[in-house]
Design a protein around this ligand. Structure first.
Ligand SMILES: O=C(CO)COP(=O)(O)O
Length: 139
């Protein structure tokens, strides 16, 4: 499964604690993140993560591009609901694309916990079917 981690600054400690707690679940998967979030996770775990640009510089959009192609299987995006972000349009675009493609998306720690347990149980195996029958890029 392709899994992306994204956390706003005041949520990064929570993200590091979360990923550390479930490192054994995540280690068998292909992991992605925005720049600083991934750096923080890799400093604190032994996970290998493909890091995109930092969010304000376009990282949300890069992950969004994978979502648009229905290639991302699960996103944990710990957003800061109490602070305005300069790249709010990018963030909204990413969330919208998750709804367009029906990608599982957790935006707070309570949902993230449920999603990681579902991942561990194999509840997202249906995503393999999506990959198998993906029609590809439309002309
Ligand atoms: O801003 C972000 C998501 O919108 C996160 O970006 P960083 O992980 O680079 O801090």
């Amino acid at each position: 499964m392709k899994i992306a981690f994204i956390a706003h600054d005041r949520k990064k400690d929570e993200m590091v604690n979360f990923v550390t707690a479930y490192e054994n679940v995540f280690e068998g998967h292909e992991l992605y993140s925005t720049g600083t979030t991934g750096k923080r996770i890799m400093e604190n775990t032994s996970l290998k993560i493909h890091r995109f640009m930092s969010g304000p510089l376009g990282g949300d959009q890069q992950i969004g591009a994978l979502v648009a192609q229905n290639e991302m299987d699960l996103i944990i995006f710990l957003r800061d609901p109490l602070m305005a972000q300069p790249h709010e349009p990018d963030i909204n675009a990413l969330l919208r694309l998750c709804d367009v493609q029906g990608i599982p998306l957790g935006t707070n720690i309570a949902t993230a916990e449920i999603l990681v347990k579902a991942l561990d149980r194999g509840d997202f195996a249906w995503r393999e079917l999506v990959h198998k029958y993906k029609p590809g890029v439309e002309e």
